[in-house]
Design a binder for this molecule. Structure first.
Ligand code: GAL
Length: 635
């Protein structure tokens, strides 16, 4: 794994570029990402390009032996462009314009803006595409960041109508039937009458919402593809990537990843812990380390997004500026996160950013250097990680243990009709993943369309739309499989299937879901004597349940190698189920202490301590005395 950093030459006097480049190389960095927000400097006036400074910046970095990842600047269109076409900005769900003055102020559906993107990307690719220092391209920056995937602009409405007419073969009656528009007299007479599903009096029709989510995702995919095609044509042999985010499901990353050579993501373990659904106990316990599964979850997710090739484009180097609270990582954590990326197979890990900026929005965000150019804690740990990587040497990883099936469309279905407060798909998947990792298992998070047939155990936390094809692929395997709640509960049009849930799975597992309940916190304790159960399904079947709640309510049903879990229980309960399945699959199981996680490659096993106490690994698994060194928060 190589190390790198994100650098903004346009933020610093040219006199210090060469020294910066030297220091990067001396720290052990080999890659540097630049350019992704530089449009106003490369085209200060419409049609007038100024490439000279960028030529010199690339040459300076290259002379220090660094390879450059060049970002296309389309996340930050300049003011003159927004003024030329004011309707290019996105409109939020409340109908407000998302104005110029920060970044990502564009709507994916605005066709003239896409033309401008194609123009600037072509100009950049023609200029630098064959430069020997350019090793890769990053398209745009963090699609969806600041909730920018979905826009309700006129451009989006017009593109949505075209998308719908195509999907429903120009037959609006087909759309009316698919959406069930007879309900509340929502029928349309033509595609021109259809608006985006915002600003309705009460909730919009979920079928309408789901199609809008699919459409919005397709817009991101085609926006990215336009750039990828230009870059491929002008810059042969260079990898194309996009930097994805944490816990974002607004567009289908598998689809965008299919147009990339490498999937990359931006890893901010402390910021994500603070911003997402974690409990106060977890937030306090891991405030300076990050939850032990946050980084690994995304490593394993994005490895599945671009044929196994992935990397970290931005790694948190110290406190960030954007979470509710922004503590500093404990000493050792930046090094730990870096090696954990290596353990999961990253091609590179690049720190955000080289030097803390004294200007504008991110003044409070640490870099590897302080604003006065003195090396900060993050810089010292990057240096240490570079030595560690050299000492560990290359790893090979051909393991295929657990396949966890993850669907972006499933996330949209949950959001369109959650049926319970905080019923988030990503949280269900994360809890499932965490339960598996607490048993020491390697997990590959895969699209249901990907090949999972070589894995030893398959878990689908929930797939509301189950296709016949997927059911038959699953039942063709002999490995233990678990299908979670709400699976097969909807048709592709967002209707209840005539045979009820779990839909086509009933041909392999004779159960029928007759009623579902979402439970407020504490209710499961009272009614079933169990801890945290937030979703519960009543099942009609002739099968004897394989597992029951304490009050004998059936919860897991099994036929052959396929199990169905008729609830969303807590991680402890899931662990018991997975333990049994992993035994059946003859997987190497280790019940780990709360703060320890491991990752096992062919030739090396990594252990990571997210706690603040030392742990004697020889008491946990054999062979641990051969460990060369253990990385934790203080060593
Ligand atoms: C990322 C973004 C960077 C920077 C960083 C700060 O989301 O890609 O440009 O803003 O966050 O943590």
């Amino acid at each position: 794994m190589k190390l790198g950093c994100c650098y903004y030459p346009e933020h610093w006097p040219e006199e210090i570029w060469a020294d910066d480049a030297q220091r990067m190389a001396e720290m052990g960095l080999e890659l540097v990402r630049i350019g992704e927000f530089s449009w106003s400097r490369i085209e200060p006036e419409p049609g007038q390009y100024d490439w000279d400074w960028l030529d010199r910046a690339i040459d300076t970095l290259s002379q220090a032996g660094l390879k450059v990842i060049l970002g296309t600047p389309t996340a930050t269109p300049p003011k003159w462009l927004v003024d030329q076409m004011p309707d290019m900005i996105a409109i939020d769900a409340s109908g407000n314009a998302r104005k110029f003055g920060s970044r990502r102020h564009y709507c994916f559906s605005h066709r003239p803006y896409r033309d401008e993107c194609a123009r600037i990307v072509t100009a950049m690719a023609e200029r630098f595409g064959k430069h020997p220092a350019i090793s890769a391209w990053q398209t745009d920056n963090e699609y969806g960041c600041h909730e920018t995937t979905i826009s309700y602009s006129h451009a989006a409405a017009a593109a949505f109508r075209v998308w719908l007419a195509q999907k429903y073969d120009d037959d609006v009656q087909r759309l009316n039937a698919a959406w069930g528009n007879v309900f509340w007299s929502m029928e349309y007479r033509s595609f021109d009458e259809i608006d985006p599903p915002n600003l309705t009096v009460t909730e919009a029709n979920p079928s309408h919402v789901l199609d809008y989510r699919r459409f919005a995702s397709d817009e991101v995919v085609s926006f990215n593809r336009l750039q990828a095609e230009i870059l491929r044509a002008h810059s042969p042999g260079r990898d194309i990537t996009h930097n994805f985010m944490g816990f974002v499901t607004d567009f289908d990353h598998h689809d965008v990843g299919a147009d990339c050579d490498v999937a990359t993501w931006d890893s901010y373990p402390l910021g994500f812990l603070e911003q997402f659904w974690f409990t106060d106990d977890e937030k306090n316990r891991y405030a300076r380390q990050g939850h032990p599964d946050i980084a690994a979850f995304h490593h394993d997710l994005y490895r599945g997004c671009s044929n196994g090739r992935w990397a970290v484009m931005e790694q948190q180097p110290g406190p960030v500026n954007w979470a509710r609270y922004n503590p500093a990582p404990l000493p050792g954590m930046v090094r730990l996160w870096t090696l954990e990326a290596m353990a999961h197979g990253a091609e590179f890990c690049s720190f955000f950013r080289w030097r803390q900026a004294p200007i504008a929005q991110e003044q409070m965000h640490a870099g590897l250097l302080r604003p006065d150019s003195v090396e900060d804690q993050g810089g010292q740990e990057a240096r240490q990680a570079a030595d560690d990587i050299a000492a560990i040497g290359p790893l090979t990883d051909t393991t295929k243990s657990v396949a966890l099936l993850f669907s972006y469309e499933a996330a949209w279905l949950f959001e369109a009709q959650p049926q319970g407060q905080n019923f988030r798909y990503i949280e269900l998947v994360f809890e499932t993943y965490s339960a598996l990792r607490q048993l020491g298992l390697n997990v590959d998070i895969l699209s249901p369309d990907a090949r999972f047939e070589d894995h030893q155990m398959i878990i689908a936390p929930s797939l509301p739309i189950l296709t016949d094809d997927l059911v038959s692929r699953l039942s063709d395997t002999n490995v233990p499989i678990l299908i979670g709640p709400r699976s097969g509960s909807k048709t592709a049009d967002f209707q209840i299937p005539p045979e009820l849930a779990p839909g086509p799975l009933q041909s392999k597992l004779p159960i029928k879901v007759t009623r579902v309940e979402s439970l407020r916190p504490g209710l499961a304790e009272e009614s079933h004597g169990e801890g945290k159960i937030r979703w519960f399904e009543h099942i009609a079947t002739s099968l004897t349940p394989e597992r029951m709640l304490k009050d004998n309510t059936p919860m897991v049903f099994q036929s052959r190698n396929i199990r169905y879990l008729a609830a969303w229980p807590d991680a402890e309960y899931m662990k018991e189920i997975f333990h049994k399945m992993a035994m059946e699959a003859k997987l190497d199981l280790t019940t780990l202490p709360q703060d320890i996680r491991i990752r096992t490659a062919d030739n090396v096993r990594y252990a990571f301590n997210y706690g603040q106490e030392s742990v004697d690994l020889t008491t946990i698994f054999s062979g641990a005395d051969n460990f060369k060194f253990i990385v934790g928060s203080s060593n």
